[in-house]
Ligand binder design. Structure first.
Ligand code: NAP
Length: 350
């Protein structure tokens, strides 16, 4: 039997600028916090009202750059601010659990940069605390909220691919070796898998669910963190994912999902706004190119708007990227890091 359609499904993402406005506080004014703040200012009604840094000077400089007033010289003061509804945790991976728990203990909702924690155990501790406190918690896996991802979601749900058998994704970026940088320092949970590999493992989870078996081979950096890793995941139904991540070489950043009736190929990058192609076994080829004009990290505006909607609807977990899926993704990464000989997986930061 063949499978053909005349046009791709329309992305069902609501306009980010229509989402209810929340007051955001930011933990850690680094690179991604800067881009996130720009993205939501450009495309949403979300308001960053306060920032906390380990030093007041950095907090004040960030607040001045983005045009708001409240800057704190500690994360504790930031989470205690009664005018903050939701805290964006934008510190290095190694600090995510401590900072998320700090915000949750203060009764705040949290958006936690990827990876949510360094290990599945760490992510479970965030999930347990958020559930006990009744607050919303979400990993910032922004790919899930992009328009192109919703096209893929609909094609999968409508059975247009048939049984999913082969999934591929790569994410590599050449980062010069610097033992002190967060990408290579084991104390900051460096390595390709946690920084970039989380996207490819999450892509496999999106198409196939949690794997039954994980096979990983890799190469370590001089600091003992993984410099690059290739993974094969197999699902209980026999579907397979072939994934790679690297800090040594830039790779195309493409994602594919192939099934018995058709396949999806993303444009580059699969993890940010780009485009998507569907090819049916019957020969239909359709291509969708993102027309919304929110390039690169401006695409984070979709996840922020989704979170604002979920919170206003009284949800405590994301329907498109539940916390339990962030936990199983980290369980896969735990196992891959163990197999490649990553320094101190069990005893390291959570
Ligand atoms: N979604 C995406 O596309 C994306 C892209 C890049 C990064 N990220 C994620 O965002 C997180 C931060 O990455 P980044 O590139 O923004 O890092 P960054 O530029 O190095 O900023 C991290 C900030 O964390 C604070 N911090 C707290 N404890 C620290 C410690 N022990 N060592 C160093 N800094 C510490 C620092 O701010 P203060 O000292 O001023 O408090 C620092 O400016 C990572 O988890 C990463 O995976 C996501």
């Amino acid at each position: 039997m063949t499978n053909s359609i005349e046009s791709l499904p329309t992305p069902r993402h609501p306009d980010p600028s229509d989402a209810p406005s929340l007051r955001w506080g930011i933990i850690a004014p680094g690179g991604i916090a800067n881009d996130f703040t720009d993205a939501i200012r450009m495309h949403t009604r979300q308001k960053v009202v306060a920032v906390g840094s380990r030093t007041l000077e950095r907090a004040a400089a960030f607040a001045a750059r983005h045009g708001f007033e409240r800057a704190y010289g500690s994360y504790e003061e930031l989470v205690a601010d009664p005018e903050v509804d939701v805290v964006y945790v934008a510190s290095p991976h190694s600090e995510h659990v401590a900072h998320a728990l700090l915000a949750i203990a203060a009764g705040k909702h949290v958006l936690i940069e990827k990876p949510m924690a360094v290990t599945a155990a760490g992510a479970r501790s965030i999930a347990a605390a958020a559930r006990a406190a009744g607050v919303f918690a979400m990993e910032a896996m922004w790919t899930r909220y992009l328009p192109q991802t919703d096209i893929a979601r609909q094609l999968l749900a409508d059975g247009m691919l048939g049984d999913v058998e082969v999934v591929t994704a790569d994410f590599g970026g050449a980062a010069p070796f610097d033992p002190a940088s967060r990408l290579y320092d084991p104390a900051l949970a460096g390595g390709a898998l946690l920084d970039l590999g989380v996207y490819v493992v999450s892509w496999a989870s999106f198409a196939l669910g949690a794997p039954e078996h994980v096979f990983a081979t890799g190469k370590l950096a001089p600091t003992g963190v993984d410099a690059q890793v290739a993974l094969v995941l197999s699902s209980p139904g026999g579907g397979q994912a072939l994934l790679s991540t690297s800090l040594l070489a830039g790779t195309p950043s493409l994602g594919t999902i192939s099934g018995t009736k058709g396949r999806i190929e993303t444009d580059a990058p699969f993890w940010g706004p780009s485009g998507i192609r569907f090819q049916s076994r019957g020969g239909t080829e359709l291509h969708w190119v993102d027309p919304y004009g929110r390039p690169y990290r401006q695409g984070m505006s979709y996840e922020a708007a989704a979170l604002a909607r979920y919170i206003s609807e009284g949800l405590t977990d994301s329907p498109l990227h539940p916390i339990d899926e962030a936990i199983t993704t980290l369980a896969t990464i735990d196992e891959a890091r163990r197999q490649v000989g990553y320094l101190n997986v069990a005893g390291g930061a959570q």
